[in-house]
Ligand binder design. Structure first.
Ligand code: SF4
Length: 295
């Protein structure tokens, strides 16, 4: 059977498609990323994966059977366990690093986040050897890696022991940081330019953020940390500015995540903060005047 895989909107290589590719290859199917120019009349089955609800859908569907999955289409569609547990076919994207989840779900229930609805309560799902076979670096996709102290310690020790250069992609939970976790985090080698990410999504956790940074700074320099800052959910413009300026004063890079990318204030504020040269050279109010922002 000839299979086409469509990666509608992933910003990084699509893990589900790499697992589907691996599984079908074990069944001797022919698998490739679908190209509408060459594969239109020569494909028996297409899997399409869409991650984000807000991104535009694919336009060039073939006439064969199509199976759609991913949070951008349907939160309920999941890979069968047999495929979920497959070692990914990294050759699909020609990458030389490993990627995967060691846990799914979350202990919290933030109103803006799809993780609890999609994945349920926090539960460990794998050790790194399910998706890592000696690569020098690894991208970790866990939603709340530090949620379970024992699980975090086990995974951190695997990364440290194997000297794997790691990129943790999802914001860690600053409320859960203690000395033991901070020390382990400091011992994990990082991929080049990768900072350890945390999240400051609401004003309610300000004291946790300050307490957590104090602990982290005993082991990790501020320049190696970053904070995702959610805006447009339950904070005002003043509170958004307060959080990014607080992080700036602590020499930690803020990275703003707009809840609604179509909102002009949120898009502008994110552009100002996330473009580091602009952020370092211009205040928000000066930037606003310059782009003639009308609130
Ligand atoms: S802590 Fe993070 S992963 Fe968990 S529900 Fe909140 S935003 Fe989602």
């Amino acid at each position: 059977m000839k299979l086409g895989l469509i990666d509608v909107d992933s910003k990084i290589p699509n893990l589900a498609l790499m697992k589907l590719s691996a599984w079908h290859k074990t069944r001797e199917d022919e698998v490739k990323l679908y190209d509408p120019l060459f594969d239109k009349d020569d494909t028996d089955l297409v899997y399409a994966s869409k991650i984000f609800k807000f991104s535009p859908d694919y336009q060039y569907w073939p006439g064969c059977e199509i199976i759609r999955g991913g949070s951008g289409y349907d939160l309920e569609v999941k890979l069968p366990d047999e495929i979920e547990n497959q070692y990914p076919d990294y050759s699909l994207y020609n990458i030389n690093y490993a990627m995967g989840f060691t846990s799914r779900g979350c202990i919290r229930n933030c109103g803006f986040c799809i993780v609890p609805r999609k994945e349920g309560r926090f539960h460990p799902v794998a050790d790194i050897d399910q998706f890592w076979r000696g690569q020098k670096s690894l991208v970790l996709l866990d939603n709340n890696l530090t949620a379970d102290a024992e699980h975090f310690e086990r995974i951190a020790k695997q990364l440290i022991k194997n000297k794997i250069k790691t990129d943790i992609t999802q914001g860690l939970d600053i409320r859960l940081i203690d000395d033991a976790k901070a020390k382990l985090l400091s011992q994990i080698k990082r991929k080049k330019d990768a900072r350890i990410p945390f999240a400051w999504d609401s004003m309610d956790i300000e004291q946790d953020v300050l307490r957590g940074i104090q602990i982290l700074n005993k082991y990790i320099k501020s320049k190696n940390l970053k904070f995702y800052v959610l805006i447009g959910w339950d904070t005002t413009e003043d509170e958004d500015l307060y959080r990014v300026e607080m992080l700036r004063s602590l020499r930690i890079a803020p990275f703003v995540m707009p809840f609604n990318k179509d909102d002009s204030y949120q898009a502008d504020f994110a552009r100002w903060t996330n473009h580091k040269a602009t952020f370092n050279a211009t205040s928000w109010h000066a930037y606003k005047r310059r782009i003639k922002y009308v609130g």
